[in-house]
Design a protein around this ligand. Sequence first.
Ligand code: KIV
Length: 275
Amino acid sequence: MKNTVTTFRQMKENHEKISMLTAYDYSTAKLEDEAGVNSILVGDSLGNVVLGYEDTIAVTVEDMIHHGRAVAKGAKNALVVVDMPFMSYQTSVYDAVVNAGRIMKETHCGAVKLEGGKVVCPQIKAITDASIPVVAHLGLTPQSINAFGGFKVQGKTIEAAQKLLDDAKAVEEAGAFAVVLECVPAKLAKKVSESISIPTIGIGAGNGCDGQVLVYADMLSMFSDFCPKFVRKFANVGETMRQAFKDYDAAVKDGSFPAAEHTYKIDDEVIEKLY
Ligand code: KIV
């Protein structure tokens, strides 16, 4: 069944957990969709995972559209959410609506996600008013990595925890239909989840959230540059790929690949007539 913003709301009301994974290409999205994952996030983490950048700052709207379009083609039932990259919405409400509109029109995704609380509520309201569903993102927001001074757990002091709770209430009020909580203490994420009526999707935020999201390349052990504490490795696909690449390299070099079954035939007569 097609997952929509309504599915998200109903799942929270029915205390059913929402599953979300990132994907950046058609084939991965298709596999996740076939597995029954509720939502696929085309995260700007594609900057790290696909493009090899150190952070997400350099990712562009064009990058998000390029990958978002491929993912949307692979996802029949999952709700596809595409990240708005750094500086595509912070600059003005106008820029936010124009860029969210481009992302929706050019990818056929179901929603956009942007980072920040009260400070981006005018953008969330304007994008929602333009009939584009918005997921908010609070806690460790990677686009603010330079302002945070590194990847750190957020919301640990009374002031920071209260700000996070206030931001969650503000993004709900502004029209967001869900909020990602990243790298937040589990008890705080639970308190936030119980205090708002839209679903919280946790990443490094404990199991008191209404759903969970992971970067697919992390949970498959495909991305090895760094691995946050909150990742569970569900499979060692990275090692399987490395071994297959080694086997291929050896088979090409020893001549055992391609074998007869991988080869197209032609009548000897044709070859003999060539000069
Ligand atoms: O870009 C991304 O993959 C994300 C998730 C980590 C939530 O925003």
